[in-house]
Design a protein around this ligand. Structure first.
Ligand code: ADP
Length: 594
């Protein structure tokens, strides 16, 4: 706790008064990042000036007002500060042989996050930074990024970068996000315009080809030669080709390239003509040992895969969990390429950034708590229940013996995530008398419509809420409110939801695949009781899920003491980057040029 206090630079205890159905509860609460700056106090908490002793932050009192579905502004849409996390708060491991690492990415949490990629780049970047390395991130300057969430934003370079026979005037801005230096690339054409990170009305493939080259062009113009260029996913997988076949001849000598594959399903399908647009000769890459998509050999025309090219051309290739590494070496069309590059292909489990995901300091929560004092979690649950119009134990039943388990599922609504199992869980949770909240966003209109129908059917009940949107703020509140977090993925390269859930005391119910198999171990598997931390099922059929959910619900309802112990145990599990950032550093060191 001392480390936590000093890392957060605040050392106070304050009182929060919770208005609790006309009863005022007094709770002692450890303060958070925002304590010393009243403007930054979570808007869910209202300072009572009348009871606040002047000049004393220590005894500041706040009142918590329960939200309601009738609130004009939903409780998760109030005005939270996003750029609140600084570089501090990470453990004090210092490396001696320091590196300059530049991540080139399509996502960055929290300002341009769609899924786990954004979390990973921010978390890994911050972990390396805290170990003493120099870390920069290069990101497209998406029109949808809220500039007020970027610190110290300034235009640093105006230059031109190549696209389809033209040199496009381009701006590079510098800013700081969550303590990390970010270079934002803003072309003057229509790329990256629109209301969301993906799905704008421009050609996405061409935009990322442009972005990848624009990053190298910027390094060339500014003379920056990092030790490591770390690219992610298909969007930036052309960069290793551009580096080794163009920029290494032009100017850049020092960098070596790491590619992390977060999800093998997206492989950057590209035609030779499209590849020409970034200045490479596409016809040179259509071979088995370079970038041809093996499945299209003999077709007219054959296609290229940027991801495959990235695997071939990078100095090291990482995927995001050891089990997913094994899975990808056994099945899928990229297996042959991965086997041929086996000596440079490794699995490193993702971590979570435990400063950003910390129930003891999280500004989005109505009240903070930690593994030693879990009481606040119950308030978080009631807060969400009241805000969404769900029955809550304190009011509706007034019977402490009735325990209503609340399970949340926070996910992109895509086939990979086990949509039929999510739909089945809704029915089952209702039957079992529990509560379920789905926070999900679909990118496919058919899936969106299906879940909208489900939302229309269920959202008036007292037990199910289906919220079809992306909300970082609400996701934090839901993890805190939840007794369980459901991750029924068909395949899952790593999965962060189960790790975040555990950090917030939500016990995971997961399918045994990829990174879920590496992080969740069944409570009823007595072969490794010290690892047991959740409920695991194997099949992709509904009965398999039934078994795990039944077991979880019975455990919750029939063994409250054991359950509470499990909650505390899962909160103490260290899934932070402290465990795995060192493996990336070792990898960087193994390929760097000294
Ligand atoms: P993936 O990268 O496949 O989307 P992960 O489990 O690795 O899955 O990471 C998902 C991340 O995105 C988590 O931080 C999760 O909380 C977040 N997330 C997913 N869907 C939503 C949503 N609708 N609203 C807010 N956060 C979401």
């Amino acid at each position: 706790m001392e480390a936590l206090r000093s890392s957060l630079n605040c050392n106070h205890t304050r009182k929060i008064r919770v208005v609790h159905d006309n009863t005022k509860l007094k709770l002692k609460k450890k303060s958070c990042l925002f304590l010393s700056n009243s403007k930054r106090i979570s808007p869910l908490r209202f300072c009572l000036d009348s009871v606040k002793p002047k000049g004393s932050v220590d005894q500041e009192s706040e009142i918590l007002v329960w939200p309601s579905p009738k609130d004009k502004i939903p409780f998760w849409k109030r005005d939270f500060p996003l750029s609140h996390v600084r570089a501090e708060g990470l453990p004090n491991i210092k490396d001696t042989d320091l590196l300059h690492i530049v991540h080139i990415t399509a996502e960055l949490a929290p300002i341009a996050k769609v899924g786990g990629l954004g979390d990973v780049v921010t978390g890994l970047g911050r972990a390396c930074l805290s170990r003493g390395h120099k870390v920069d991130i290069m990101l497209p300057f998406y029109e949808c990024i809220h500039k007020h969430n970027i610190n110290e934003l300034e235009l640093v370079t105006t230059y031109a970068s190549y696209h389809d026979g033209n040199w496009v005037p381009t701006n590079a801005y510098h800013g700081v996000v969550s303590g990390i230096e970010v270079i934002f690339i803003e072309p003057s054409n229509h790329f990256f315009k629109g209301e969301s990170v993906y799905g704008g009305s421009y050609n996405e493939l061409e935009a990322y080809l442009f972005f990848s080259r624009a990053c190298l062009e910027w390094m060339q113009i500014t003379g920056k030669e990092p030790d490591i260029i770390h690219v992610h996913e298909w969007q930036t997988s052309v960069l290793p080709l551009l580096y080794w076949d163009m920029y290494h001849y032009l100017s850049l000598q020092k960098p070596r390239i790491v590619l992390t594959i977060h999800n093998m399903e997206h492989y950057g399908e590209c035609s030779q003509e499209q590849l020409n647009k970034c200045g490479l000769d596409g016809s040179l890459y259509g071979t088995l040992d370079k970038a041809v998509d093996d499945r299209t050999i003999g077709h007219n025309p054959e296609r290229l895969s940027l991801l495959k090219g990235g695997i071939v051309y990078s100095n090291a290739v990482v995927t995001v969990s050891p089990t997913y590494l094994t899975e990808t070496l056994c099945s899928g069309w990229l297996t042959r390429t991965l086997m041929q590059n086996r000596d440079k292909y490794i699995g490193i489990l993702n971590g979570i950034d435990t400063t950003i995901w910390n129930p003891a300091t999280d500004a989005f929560l109505p009240i903070n708590y930690d593994a030693l004092k879990v009481g606040g979690k119950k308030i978080c649950k009631q807060f969400v229940q009241k805000g969404l119009g769900l029955a809550s134990e304190d009011t509706e039943n007034n019977n402490a013996a009735v325990r209503i388990p609340l399970i949340v599922c926070i996910t992109r609504l895509v086939a990979q995530k086990g949509l039929h199992l999510i739909r089945h869980a809704i029915k089952l949770v209702e039957q079992l008398g529990g509560q379920m909240i789905i926070l999900g966003k679909a990118s496919n209109t058919q899936v969106e419509r299906e879940f909208e129908d489900l939302a229309n059917l269920h959202n008036k009940d007292s037990n199910i809420r289906i919220l079809l949107m992306y909300s970082e703020e609400l996701s934090h509140m839901l993890y805190a409110a939840a007794d369980m977090v459901l991750v029924p993925s068909i395949y899952e390269p790593c999965g962060l939801a189960q790790m975040i859930g555990m950090r917030y005391g939500a016990v995971p119910v997961v399918r045994k695949t990829g990174g879920l198999a590496d992080t969740v171990f069944d409570i009823d598997d007595h072969s490794q009781p010290e690892m047991a931390n959740g409920f695991v099922f194997e099949g992709i059929d509904e009965e398999s899920l039934d078994g795990a959910l039944h077991r979880a619900f019975s455990y919750y309802q029939e063994k409250p003491n054991d359950w509470n112990r499990t909650v505390q145990n899962v909160m103490k599990i260290d899934n932070s980057w402290n465990n795995t950032a060192g493996k990336y550093i070792d990898l960087y060191n193994s390929i760097r040029v000294k």
